[in-house]
Design a protein around this ligand. Sequence first.
Ligand code: ROI
Length: 167
Amino acid sequence: MPLVYIGMGSNLSEPALQLQDALTAMNNIHQTSVVQVSSCYGSKPMGPAEQPDYVNAVAALETSLSSMALLQALQKIELQQGRVRKKERWGPRTLDLDILLYGMEIINEPDLVVPHYGMKQREFVIHPLFEVAPDLTLPCGTSVAALLKCIPHNGIKRLPYKIGNHI
Ligand code: ROI
């Protein structure tokens, strides 16, 4: 079974609670279990600055679903938690669940690009990913540890509470 890493983010309607509910929902996906969860991180918005700070985390899943079936299940969870797709690019959101990595697969479909296109430049992905997988190397050969060293910090903060204890 591939180990799948999911980037989680929220900046509306009690973000930490959104991530906690999303973990429960992901663990309830058919043929899927949450096997690891990072700490929560507070991060400055990438995109328009006039929106609340984000809470981000990374979860590792084991799944026997295909990448496409998993994507559909994640999009359903986003909708169930009140995600409304707006015209504004990079605006605030109740819940974002991105497939960062699906094992070592490289996927280039119209609806799904894995590894996630922006992950290497995003401190709010690399910090939590390094926490759960410090020895991980991406399919391109770059290690997460090397990315962590060179990525700008942008004020990211590890938050003092833990989600996922209920899984
Ligand atoms: N900015 C931060 N800090 N965290 C996110 O999860 C996040 N997600 C997004 C955009 C709007 C790009 N900005 C973000 O989708």
